[in-house]
Design a protein around this ligand. Structure first.
Ligand code: NDP
Ligand code: 8X3
Length: 254
């Protein structure tokens, strides 16, 4: 296993959910992290909790390619040896069928889940290769594999992430950079609150009378894939709550 103390992890979307849980998990094991997201106050709280020697913060919108590049160029020396990228920032907006969906929501999901992830990986990969290797972890979803009504552009964006991660593996052969796409199912975070634009009643419904996964479950899986011995690459890791499984294909009847 790799020594986590040798890892410096660049995390997008560290202000909540999987990203925040991963930040805590890595620092607990001695790694350094660069925590990013748009909500500065949450980043400041995380830094106060984890310590300035282990946690560097950058207020960053992943949609802003120029800002991302500038921020990476300005990372202070103690955090400059980035060898894990956790491209986690993302969101779903709405659950309407495609013919009723809000096109602005589509734009935001594409700009964040696809473009933001691409900008993040593209900006960090050359340095990682130059320094001798590392690991790119992308956050996909079961929604990238299985259709459900209203998944629309969200699920399609996660299918994109999965294929991009696999294509990266092909490009990175011989570069000592691993790539893993983490593909969770139902997990209780702020995801649903964001999807339903702050409607807490609606956002809570997917988690009622069941046991979903939680952010620490996903952080543990992310962490595990990155400390495995270097010769060993987990390409895709799909996981679900034990309470979640497959249903039949729907047949429409008059
Ligand atoms: P949360 O809503 O709890 O966290 C999402 C994070 O993404 C926040 O830190 C948010 O930070 C960040 N983010 C969103 N937009 C941007 C942006 N434009 N620029 C920078 N950061 C941004 O949700 P989760 O932790 O659940 O989601 C994390 C990832 O996991 C997402 O990609 C999601 O699609 C995926 N996922 C979630 C599942 C679930 O059931 N929860 C299951 C499968 C995948 P801020 O708002 O401060 O910018
Ligand atoms: C989040 C899981 O099922 O809500 O990616 O799309 S789901």
């Amino acid at each position: 296993m790799l020594d986590p103390a040798e890892l410096t992890v660049f995390i997008t979307g560290a202000t909540s959910g999987f990203g925040a849980a991963a930040a805590r998990r890595y620092v607990a094991e001695g790694a350094k992290i660069i925590a990013t997201g748009r909500r500065t106050e949450r980043l400041e709280d995380l830094k106060a909790e984890l310590g300035a020697d282990k946690c560097h913060i950058i207020t960053l919108d992943v949609q802003d390619r120029a800002a991302l590049k500038a921020a990476i160029a300005a990372v202070p020396a103690p955090f400059a040896n980035i060898n894990v990228v956790l491209a986690n920032a993302g969101l779903a907006l709405g659950l309407q069928p495609a013919f009723e969906a809000d096109e602005d929501d589509w734009d935001t999901m594409v700009a964040t889940n696809i473009n933001g992830l691409l900008y993040t990986v593209r900006a960090l990969l050359p340095g990682m290769i130059e320094r001798g290797g590392g690991h790119v972890v992308t956050i996909g979803s079961v929604a990238g594999d299985y259709s459900y009504p209203g998944s629309g552009v969200y699920g399609a964006s996660k299918a994109f992430v999965k294929q991009f991660a696999l294509n990266l593996r092909a490009d990175l052969q011989g570069k000592n950079v691993r790539v893993t796409n983490i593909e969770p199912g139902l997990t209780e975070t702020e995801f649903s609150l964001v999807r339903f634009k702050g409607d807490a009643d609606r956002a809570g419904k997917p988690y009622v009378n069941t046991v979903a996964m939680n952010a620490d479950d996903i952080a543990e899986s992310i962490f595990w894939t990155t400390i495995l011995p270097r010769h060993f690459n987990v390409n895709r890791l799909q996981m679900m709550a034990t309470t979640q499984a497959f249903g039949p294909l729907n047949i429409y009847r008059e």
